[in-house]
Design a protein around this ligand. Structure first.
Ligand code: GUN
Length: 282
C-alpha cells in the first residue's frame, strides 16, 4: 500500500491563515508583532531564506525588519545591532541567519539575543527551558515536525521514535519535543551501530542527516510515519534524506521534499513571533 503523503505545504498555509487572524485581533489592541531578521554576508541560500521570511512575515500582517550586513562586519558591530533590537519594543522576535561568517563566534552572538525574543529557540536558556519542561521558545523546524506528527497520529505517548541526526537546530530539540510528548525516543547519528535495524523499530522516523537518499526503504517499519527534514540539492533537483520513491511503498505516511517539512519552518517562525508578542504584552 502506498503511504499517505503528509502535506506540509497545506498545513503551513492553514497555520499562516490562523496566525493572520490573531494578528488582526492584536491590531485591535494597537499591537503589531515585529520580526527582525539579520543576515551577515551574501550566502545565496541564506539570501533566499531571508527574502522568503520577510515576505511571509508581511503577508500575515506583521512588521518585518531586515538588517543586511556585509560579510566583513565585525562581531562587536553585530552585537551592537542585537543590543538595539533587544531594547526596541517594536521588535518582538530576533533571528540571526546562520551560518555566520567564520570570524564570528556563533554561540556569543546567539547568547546576546534576549531569550524572550529568541524566535529560533537557539539561546542556551531556551534549550535549557525546553529540556527542563519550562515555557521555552522552541526551534522552528522540529516544532513544525511535531505539529505534523500530532496531526497525523494524535497522542504520541508511548510511541517509539528514532531521530537520525543530533544537530542543535533539528535533531536534539526534536528529541526533546518528542520526549515532552511522552514518546520513547532514540537519537541516532553517524556513529550509531546497526542503524537500519534500529530504524526498523521506529513507529516514528525522523531523518535529519543532510545526506540525499540516506534512509532506504528496507530501514522503514511497515506503516511507520516518516518525517524527512533533508533538503539536499542534487543534479536531479531538491531531494530529501529518505529514498522517497521506494520508502512510500513501505511507510504509512511520509512527508515529501519539497512540500513537507520545509514550508512548516517559516510558518513556525511566525507562530513563535506571535507567541513572543503575546508574552511581551501579557
Ligand atoms: N540556517 C538554517 N536554518 C536556520 C534556522 O532555522 N534559523 C537560523 N537562524 N538560521 C538557519
Amino acid at each position: 500500500m502506498t503511504a499517505t503523503p503528509i502535506d506540509g505545504k497545506a498545513f503551513a498555509a492553514d497555520l499562516r491563515a490562523r496566525i493572520a487572524r490573531e494578528v488582526v485581533a492584536l491590531a485591535a489592541r494597537g499591537i503589531t508583532p515585529g520580526l527582525a531578521v539579520v543576515l551577515v554576508g551574501e550566502d545565496p541560500a541564506s539570501q533566499v531564506y531571508v527574502r522568503s521570511k520577510g515576505k511571509q512575515t508581511r503577508e500575515v500582517g506583521m512588521n518585518s525588519y531586515e538588517h543586511r550586513l556585509p560579510a566583513e562586519t565585525g562581531e562587536a558591530e553585530l552585537l551592537d545591532l542585537i543590543a538595539r533590537l533587544n531594547a526596541d519594543p517594536a521588535v518582538n522576535g530576533i533571528l540571526v541567519q546562520l551560518p555566520l561568517p567564520a570570524h564570528m563566534d556563533e554561540a556569543a552572538v546567539i547568547g546576546a539575543i534576549d531569550p524572550d525574543k529568541d524566535v529560533d529557540g537557539f539561546h542556551v536558556l531556551n534549550v535549557g527551558r525546553l529540556a527542563t519542561g519550562q515555557k521555552a521558545m522552541v526551534p522552528c523546524t522540529p516544532l513544525g515536525c511535531l505539529m505534523l506528527l500530532r496531526d497525523r497520529l494524535g497522542d504520541l505517548s508511548g510511541r517509539r521514535a528514532v531521530v537520525i541526526g543530533r544537530s542543535n537546530i533539528v535533531g536534539k530539540p526534536m528529541a526533546q519535543l518528542l520526549l515532552r510528548d511522552s514518546a520513547t525516543v532514540t537519537i541516532a547519528h553517524s556513529r550509531t551501530r546497526d542503524l537500519p535495524q534500529l530504524c526498523r523499530e521506529a513507529e516514528i522516523l525522523i531523518a535529519a542527516v543532510g545526506r540525499a537518499h540516506f534512509v532506504k526503504a528496507d530501514w522503514i517499519r511497515p506503516g511507520a510515519t516518516v518525517i524527512d527534514v533533508g533538503i539536499n540539492r542534487t543534479e536531479a533537483g531538491l531531494v530529501g534524506d529518505v529514498d522517497h520513491a521506494a520508502a512510500r511503498e513501505v511507510a504509512g505516511a511520509i512527508t515529501p521534499v519539497p512540500g513537507g517539512v520545509g514550508p512548516m519552518t517559516i510558518a513556525c517562525l511566525l507562530a513563535n513571533t506571535l507567541t513572543a508578542t503575546a508574552r511581551a504584552n501579557g
